[in-house]
Design a protein around this ligand. Sequence first.
Ligand code: ADP
Length: 210
Amino acid sequence: MAGADHRGRLIAFEGIDGCGKSTQARLAAEWLGALYTFEPGDTPLGASLRQLLLGSGDVVTPRAEALLMAADRAQHVDQVVGPALAGGRWVVTDRFSGSTLAYQGAGRGLEEGELVDLVAFATDGLAADLSILVDVPLEVARGRIRASQPDRLERLDEGFHRRVADGFRSLARSDPNRWAVVDGARSVDEVASEVTVVLTKRLGRPKGSE
Ligand code: ADP
């Protein structure tokens, strides 16, 4: 078992749907030699929860949505993220706690303090070492996802997405030590290159990946 000093680092990519965070998370994981993972849905239980959250036409109320996302995160931390970090591996996750605060908080209007407590319970206190907000204007994100089948969240109205986008920006502003913002409205390569600069400056790289 690795000691605390040998624990891996956790990097979360955050932002609205279509901002390009999955693309950037995969590239960053490859560059770092890190484990790539995502929320919701990257455990067997999580895959079922993802189907309930994004796939069904049923109304999921805001509190139910927050709890299902939290259940997904708890399972993800216990089964995937935690063991990898404890073994010294770096982990890059496509979405983490910031998404709960932006979507269920700023987007759905649930109380932020309650969500902070919920997130702490779900993660057993595990926070990302760095959250990278891939920031793009709403129209750019919409243009990128227009071609694909919009899921339940992506179908929500423009006001909702604007609140979520502003929610992410305000999270990043309020905790600059744990957040970085990159301008995602450029080519994949340009964004990826800024991400590597940010990662190198803020966290360095895992041993052996240089
Ligand atoms: P997200 O995970 O934020 O929803 P994705 O990484 O899945 O976003 O990207 C959404 C779509 O936009 C994909 O089709 C992807 O290939 C494309 N895309 C991602 N980044 C860029 C970029 N910088 N410029 C143009 N298209 C992009």
